[in-house]
Design a protein around this ligand. Sequence first.
Ligand code: SIN
Length: 262
Amino acid sequence: MKVDAIAAPLGAKISGVDLRRIDETDFIAINELFVKHHVLVFPGQDLLPEDQMAFAARWGKLLRHPYAGMEQYPDIIELRNVGKARDINQHWHSDMTYNPAPPKLTMLYALEVPDIGGDTAFSNQILAYKALSDGLRSVVDGLTAEHSAAGLAAVYKADGAEAPRAVHPVVRTHDESGDRALYVCRAFTNKFVGWRKQESDALLEYLYEHSIQPEFQARHHWQKGDVVMWDNRCLLHYAVHDHAEDQPRRIHRVQVEGLVPA
Ligand code: SIN
């Protein structure tokens, strides 16, 4: 197993492994790298849907998305995009924060990729939290926020009133590393609990901008056969759909259950 850090804020590429043949020792080493680097890239994989699900399931039970999923493999979402056509993941978010127990990790496997563009961008929310002033850290440390999938329900033409909702701390403690990370995103966070919407919007807007500073970010440029997994407990991500009109991007996506954020 060869490990190369990808960028200063996050990410490591792991070469020389076949994800269909991972023993317990490999798994423990990979999880340590995952907790340290937050994003792992495994190039050159050749996986059936069953292989991808089995590898992800090393971390726990697969978590189904409330609105998407392949007919044959309901735990897998097939992301399909041609050219710049807007994708629902083209916004900064941590996955399914509207769930009481959001997924701890998401794993993508690239089947078709554009020659140029179509990257996935990540932003490290441990760094974002550390970069706040002592004063603002002491404010956000005590806050909780409401998250909702109502906006997403509209995209899938589902009933917004039935959409999942949850309340989470605005700063969560990583259950493996103990690191503290900012945990809000424009996509799913509605407002701070106990604050007026107007008050909440002003501070949330500041945090949304703060949380995606270039110094916290790295991007993955996809190659066919890449498997990329990221840690939703401490990252935001964004699908950058800037590729040419005739270029398809097709990716299989699974996610693994996490704990209730604390
Ligand atoms: C996602 O947001 O879950 C997918 C990201 C991507 O398509 O790059």
